[in-house]
Design a protein around this ligand. Structure first.
Ligand code: PLP
Length: 448
């Protein structure tokens, strides 16, 4: 392949971008399609796309293709594999094959005796039995809660976060988050026009002194913290750090949104930060990570004073989260099956962490022994975006560290989800391939 050819192809694509043939934020044609049209090979097109990516003309997203740059949206991080041959280390979800049968049984049992009241509108934000089940779920993993009226139902933790940000901040307000954070939170801030301030963390999570300073300097209205198996760094806040953070929040004019979606993975029960400041915190849990993201079942514990206000916002946005799914969730929680499923996933995560951390022993990695994911610092010879593209060429889908901060070049990391691949052998194969790729030099692996 000559150098001239791919540069000519890149010029053709760039001209099409500049003249609006390919508008901002639209997806470029797949490599094969463009190669046929321009009478070249997919490899040459791939090389041209890479050149354009270096010029910030286009961006590639794992599993979704290449897009013309414009207002890049952070939600593109959540990638679905397009090809059965892809190794999906990108999506943070449970190993679904273990959950199919118990879910089928719960759906059958619940729907066999469906009462008509579950099919209608109801006045409050969720049926009492479903709120009680939410209380049981959250209490099992460290939340102090005794009044089901304080539990509100949402369609997944993402919906819960969005509702709380809508309710407790205005456009232009500032939201404090961890130095690296869940990209869905960054998307909410972008969509709603809220400013983000990233608070430094260490190996125990967000630093209390830094939060105190941020409260003084930026006056955020809320602080969002993922205290367990933080996404993406894998850090779990120990009890003492939770107490210290609670102390800072108690003294400040700020609400806490405690997103404890991975709390069920903790090796021992750690009290929620919200336990120390129940009057100033919203605690969020969800069944997406232990059971299935398709259930869209999340629970918010609100301060007593705020239940009506949050309930009103839920009604305004979605009226109510589907009682049908919450009926299934309630069946699973009350029968104990939900906890058994969570435990099984935790055991599998432990096995997979052991395998992965052994393979990545030569690297600086951050995770807990029971985490679903691992945050890997790439060696000097790799840059995160290039690595992600190169891994994709080998059908290894990973997430670039750049997705987890507003400053995409703040890190040189990748985040690997260890649970999305169903088959153990395939999982291990993928990890070995990734370890080899990381060890190898950029030059030796570049296919562009
Ligand atoms: C920290 C965190 N919060 C919220 C979510 C969204 O969860 P749900 O599927 O319940 O909306 C995720 C999903 O990856 C997450 O990692």
């Amino acid at each position: 392949m000559s150098d001239i050819k791919f540069r000519q192809i890149a010029e053709t694509i760039e001209a099409r971008i500049n003249t609006g043939v390919y508008p901002a934020n639209t997806k470029l044609p797949p490599h094969r399609v463009l190669a046929d049209e321009l009478e070249t090979t997919p490899t040459t097109v791939s090389k041209a796309y890479k050149l354009l990516a270096e010029k910030n003309k286009v961006e590639s997203f794992i599993g979704r293709g290449t897009f013309v740059c414009g207002d890049s949206e952070l939600e593109t991080v959540i990638q679905a594999p397009e090809d059965d041959a892809d190794y999906n280390f990108s999506i943070l979800q449970p190993c679904l094959k273990h959950n199919v049968l118990p879910l089928q049984a719960a759906f059958q049992k619940t729907y066999a005796t469906l009462p008509s009241e579950l099919l209608g509108y109801i006045e409050h934000s969720g049926h009492l039995a479903h709120r009680q089940a939410g209380m049981k779920w959250a209490a099992e993993f460290g939340l102090s809660v005794s009044d089901p009226e304080q539990i509100l139902l949402a369609s997944g933790a993402q919906n819960a976060l969005e509702i709380l940000i809508q309710t407790y901040t205005k456009p232009g307000d500032c939201i404090a988050v961890e130095a690296f954070t869940y990209p869905g939170m960054l998307s909410i801030a972008n969509l709603l026009g809220r400013r983000i301030v990233e608070v430094p963390m260490d190996d125990k999570g967000m630093c209390p002194i830094a939060l105190k300073q941020t409260i003084l300097s930026d006056k955020p209205k809320v602080v969002v913290i993922v205290p367990s198996h933080q996404n993406p760094t894998g850090v779990t806040m120990p009890k003492a750090r939770r107490e210290a953070i609670a102390k800072v929040i108690r003294a400040g004019d700020i609400w806490l949104l405690e997103d404890d979606i991975y709390g069920f993975l903790n090796e021992t029960i750690i009290p929620a930060i919200s336990n120390y400041i129940p009057e100033k915190s919203f605690h969020i849990t969800s069944l997406s990570k232990a059971i299935s993201p398709a259930l869209r079942c999340a629970f918010i514990k609100a301060p007593k004073s705020e239940v009506r206000r949050v309930g009103a916002c839920i009604r305004t946005s979605i009226w109510l989260a589907s009682p049908l799914n919450f009926a299934v969730a309630t069946q699973l929680i009350n029968s104990g099956e939900a906890f058994a499923m969570a435990n099984k996933q935790k055991q599998l995560a432990t096995q997979r962490q052991t395998f992965a951390t052994k393979q990545f022993g030569f690297l600086v990695c951050s995770s807990q022994p029971t985490s679903y994911h691992v945050w890997i610092q790439l060696p000097e010879h790799w840059r995160q975006e290039h690595f992600v593209m190169e891994a994709k060429n080998q059908q290894l889908l990973v997430s670039s560290g750049g997705y987890f901060s507003q400053q995409s070049d703040k890190s040189n990391h990748i985040r690997l989800s260890l649970m999305a691949i169903d088959d153990e052998q395939r999982f291990q194969q993928g990890i070995v391939l990734l370890a080899d790729l990381i060890k190898g030099g950029q030059g030796s692996h570049f296919l562009f």
